[in-house]
Design a protein around this ligand. Structure first.
Ligand SMILES: Nc1ncnc2c1ncn2[C@@H]1O[C@H](COP(=O)(O)OP(=O)(O)OP(=O)(O)O)[C@@H](O)[C@H]1O
Length: 642
C-alpha cells in the first residue's frame, strides 16, 4: 500500500473541514426547513409546510431580494465594465483617482456606508421608503467587486492591439467595445456578475440598516426568523435562497465552460507543414492600389519623445515599400501615421491619392493592417475573424460567405475555418491575419513586422508567400521590418531609417551596392572599410597598391588627404598566385557549405571579412592576396577604422 503523502493528508483535512463546517451545517439547515419538527430531527417526518408558509407570508421579500439583486447586477454591469475599461486603457490621473475611489467601499464597512446614506438621503421619504434606497447601498457596496474582476481580466488581454485591429477593419468605438472588448473580458464579467448577484441577494448588515418594514429582503426575513427561534421558518427561507443562487451558479458555469471546452479540444500545432512554401491559390482579388504620400510628417509623443523627424515619402500605387531600420528608429511610428493610429505634428499631411486623410480616423481610411502579434480576436473562429471587417461594413451574408471562402482558399487555410485562434500555430495565425486584412479590399496594406514572432525557416517560407501575394494583388503595401533579408526580398523600394529620419531610400540593389553612408552600409549586410591615402596620381590601398582616380566614381573630386572605401565580402577575389592588390593574413576561416568566410588582417592592422570559394581550404596564419574590382568599391569621405 502507498504511504500517505503530505498532499493526501492535506486533501483529507480539507475535505473533513468542508464537511464539518459547510456541507453538514448547510444540509442540516435545509433538512430543518423540510422537517415537521426541527427539534426531533428528520425522523419527525418530511414536510413542505414551512416552505409553503414562508412563501405565503414572505414571498414579497423573496421577490424584492431578487429584484434588487438583478437591478444591482445590471447597474454594476453598465457602470462597472466601462469603468474597468477606462482604468485599464486610459492610464491617467483621473483613472488612478477612479481606481482609488473604487477601493473605498471595500475598505469601509457596510454599516458605515448605510449610515452615510441614511444621514445624507434618509430625508427623502419616498426614496427612503422604497427598495431603491437599499439598491443604492448595494450598488455602492458591490460595484468594486465587478470593476476589480473585469479589470483583472482586461489587463491580461492586449486590448489596445485588439482594438486597433478592429478599427483597421472599419469598426467604430461602440462596435469595437461590444464585439471585441466585452467578449474578451467575458471571464471577468461572469465572475464579477456572480459575485455581485450573490453579495446582493445575501447582503445583511447594510440592508438591515437601510430597510423599512415595507422593504424587507430575504436575509432580513431570515435573520428575524432565527432571532425569534423559528428555526424551521428560517431554514425554509434558506431553501429559497439556494433556489435563487444555484440556477445562477449553474448558468455561469455553463457560460464559462464553453470557452474551457474549446481550449481543451486544442490540437497540436503543425508548423512543420507550413515550413514548405505553399503557392497561393487563385482566384486573386482585384488590384486596388492607391498612391500614398507623407508630407513633413513628424511625430512628437506627449512625453516629449521624438518618434519621427519631418518625413517626406511617396509610395506609388501598387508599390511595396519596406521601412527598414534598427529598433526605435521610427518605422512603426511612420506606419501608424499612414494607418491613422497616430496623428502627425501640426503641418504634417498624409495623402491617399489626392485626398488628405490626415484627420481621418483609421476606421474610415480603408487600410488593411497586419500586426506583429497578429491582433486576431480570440473570441471568434478563423472564418469569423476573416469575416469581421465585411460584417462591420454591412456586407450581405451571402457576399460575406463568398469572400471568406475566397480568402480561406487563397491562404490555403480552409481546413482551419472553424478553429479558434488559440488552436492555431504562429504560421497559421499569420495567414489568418493576412486573410483578414485583405478580405476588406483595402486601399493600402500595412504590415508591421509580421514575421518577427516566427522561427527562421517559417519566416523564410512565409516571406516568399507574402512576396507572391503582394506582387499578384498589385496593392500598395508598406512593410516594416528590421530584417535586411526581408527588406531586400520584398521591397520595390527600401527606406532605411535611423534615429527618426530617412538615411537612404532606393531599390534594394541601390541600397546594397551604393550605401549613402556608413550607417546604411553597416546596417545592410556585412561591409568592409579600407582606409586609403589620396595621392595626386591615385588612391593608395593598404599595402601600397595605387588605384587610378579615374577608375573610381567620385574619386576625382576627393580633396581630403585620406578616404574610406567600402566593399562587401563577396566582392573580394582571392588571387591564387599571390598577385592581388592587397595582402592579408587569415585570422580565422569558416566553411559555410557554399563558400568560405575568412576574417583577415591587412598590413595596416585593420580587419576585413572576405568570402572565398568553397573549393579551396584555408588555414589561419596563411597569407593570401585579394583584389576588389573598382565597380564594387564605394567611396566615403574621411578615414575610419574597419
Ligand atoms: N507612445 C509612445 N510614447 C512615447 N514614445 C514613444 C511612443 N511610441 C514610440 N515611442 C518612441 O518613439 C521612437 C520610435 O518608436 P517606433 O516604435 O516607431 O520604433 P521602431 O523603429 O518601430 O522600433 P521597433 O522595431 O523596436 O518596433 C522610440 O524612441 C520609441 O521609444
Amino acid at each position: 500500500m502507498k504511504k500517505p503523502t503530505f498532499l493526501w493528508a492535506a486533501q483529507l483535512g480539507l475535505t473533513l473541514a468542508c464537511g464539518a463546517f459547510l456541507i453538514i451545517p448547510v444540509g442540516q439547515s435545509v433538512l430543518t426547513g423540510l422537517s415537521a419538527n426541527a427539534f426531533k430531527g428528520v425522523s419527525s417526518g418530511l414536510t413542505l409546510r414551512w416552505v409553503c408558509q414562508v412563501w405565503s407570508l414572505y414571498s414579497d421579500t423573496i421577490w424584492r431580494s431578487l429584484l434588487i439583486a438583478l437591478v444591482c447586477l445590471g447597474c454594476c454591469l453598465v457602470v462597472g465594465i466601462p469603468a474597468a475599461y477606462c482604468m485599464v486603457r486610459l492610464k491617467s490621473r483621473w483613472t488612478a483617482m477612479l481606481e482609488e475611489l473604487l477601493v473605498l467601499p471595500l475598505a469601509v464597512p457596510g454599516l458605515a456606508i448605510a449610515l452615510g446614506l441614511l444621514l445624507n438621503y434618509g430625508g427623502f421619504t419616498w426614496f427612503r421608503m422604497s427598495w431603491l434606497f437599499i439598491l443604492a447601498g448595494h450598488v455602492v457596496f458591490c460595484l468594486p467587486f465587478m470593476v476589480r474582476s473585469v479589470a483583472a481580466v482586461m489587463a491580461m488581454v492586449d486590448l489596445r492591439t485588439l482594438e486597433e485591429g478592429a478599427a483597421s477593419l472599419g469598426a467604430g468605438f461602440l462596435t469595437r467595445f461590444m464585439t471585441v472588448i466585452v467578449p474578451n473580458a467575458r471571464p471577468g464579467i461572469l465572475s464579477g456578475a456572480l459575485m455581485v448577484f450573490t453579495l446582493s441577494v445575501g447582503e445583511f448588515n447594510l440592508t438591515w440598516m437601510l430597510h423599512t418594514p415595507l422593504t424587507k429582503t430575504l436575509p432580513v426575513g431570515l435573520a428575524n426568523s432565527y432571532a425569534s427561534m423559528r428555526l424551521e421558518i428560517g431554514s425554509a427561507y434558506t431553501i429559497y435562497f439556494f433556489a435563487l443562487i444555484i440556477p445562477l451558479l449553474t448558468a455561469m458555469q455553463w457560460l464559462g465552460s464553453r470557452t474551457i471546452a474549446t481550449v481543451a479540444a486544442k490540437e497540436p500545432a503543425q508548423d512543420g507543414k507550413e515550413a514548405q512554401a505553399m503557392p497561393l491559390s487563385s482566384p486573386m482579388p482585384e488590384a486596388r492600389g492607391v498612391p500614398v504620400r507623407l508630407r513633413s510628417c513628424a511625430k512628437t509623443f506627449p512625453d516629449g519623445t521624438t518618434g519621427l523627424k519631418p518625413l517626406d515619402l511617396t509610395i506609388e500605387a501598387g508599390q511595396t515599400v519596406v521601412l527598414l531600420g534598427p529598433s526605435g528608429c521610427g518605422k512603426t511610428t511612420a506606419l501608424r501615421l499612414i494607418a491613422g493610429l497616430e496623428t502627425p505634428d501640426s503641418g504634417g499631411k498624409v495623402l491617399f491619392g489626392d485626398t488628405d486623410v490626415t484627420g481621418v480616423p483609421i476606421e474610415a481610411r480603408n487600410v488593411g493592417m497586419v500586426f506583429q502579434n497578429y491582433a486576431l480576436f480570440p473570441n471568434l473562429s478563423v472564418s469569423r475573424n476573416i469575416e469581421y471587417g465585411l460584417r462591420v461594413r454591412g456586407d450581405a451574408a451571402p457576399k460575406r460567405a463568398e469572400r471568406v471562402r475566397e480568402m480561406l482558399a487563397m491562404m490555403r487555410i480552409g481546413h482551419l475555418a472553424d478553429r479558434r485562434i488559440e488552436q492555431l500555430s504562429g504560421g497559421q495565425r499569420q495567414r489568418v491575419a493576412l486573410a483578414r486584412a485583405i478580405a476588406v479590399r483595402p486601399r493600402v496594406l500595412l504590415l508591421d513586422e509580421p514575421l518577427t514572432a516566427l522561427d527562421a525557416k517559417l519566416r523564410h517560407s512565409l516571406r516568399e508567400e507574402i512576396h507572391t501575394l503582394l506582387t499578384r494583388l498589385g496593392i500598395t503595401a508598406v512593410y516594416v521590418t528590421h530584417d535586411q533579408g526581408e527588406a531586400m526580398a520584398l521591397g520595390d523600394v527600401v527606406v532605411v531609417m535611423n534615429n527618426g529620419a530617412v538615411a537612404q531610400q532606393g531599390s534594394p540593389r541601390d541600397i546594397y551596392c551604393h550605401p549613402a553612408d556608413p550607417f546604411v552600409a553597416d546596417f545592410i549586410g556585412t561591409v568592409n572599410r579600407l582606409r586609403c591615402a589620396v595621392h595626386e596620381d591615385g588612391i593608395l590601398l593598404p599595402g601600397g597598391h595605387c588605384l587610378p582616380r579615374r577608375s573610381l566614381e567620385g574619386a576625382n573630386r576627393a580633396t581630403a588627404a585620406s578616404l574610406t572605401l567600402l566593399f562587401r565580402p563577396e566582392a573580394a577575389e582571392i588571387m591564387a598566385n599571390g598577385d592581388g592588390q592587397i595582402r592579408a593574413e587569415i585570422l580565422s576561416a569558416s566553411f559555410l557549405g557554399d563558400r568560405n568566410r575568412l576574417k583577415v588582417t591587412l598590413q595596416d592592422g585593420s580587419v576585413c571579412t572576405l568570402d572565398a570559394s568553397a573549393g579551396r581550404e584555408f588555414t589561419p596564419g596563411e597569407t593570401i592576396s585579394f583584389t576588389v574590382p573598382p565597380r564594387a568599391l564605394s567611396l566615403l569621405p574621411g578615414a575610419s577604422a574597419c
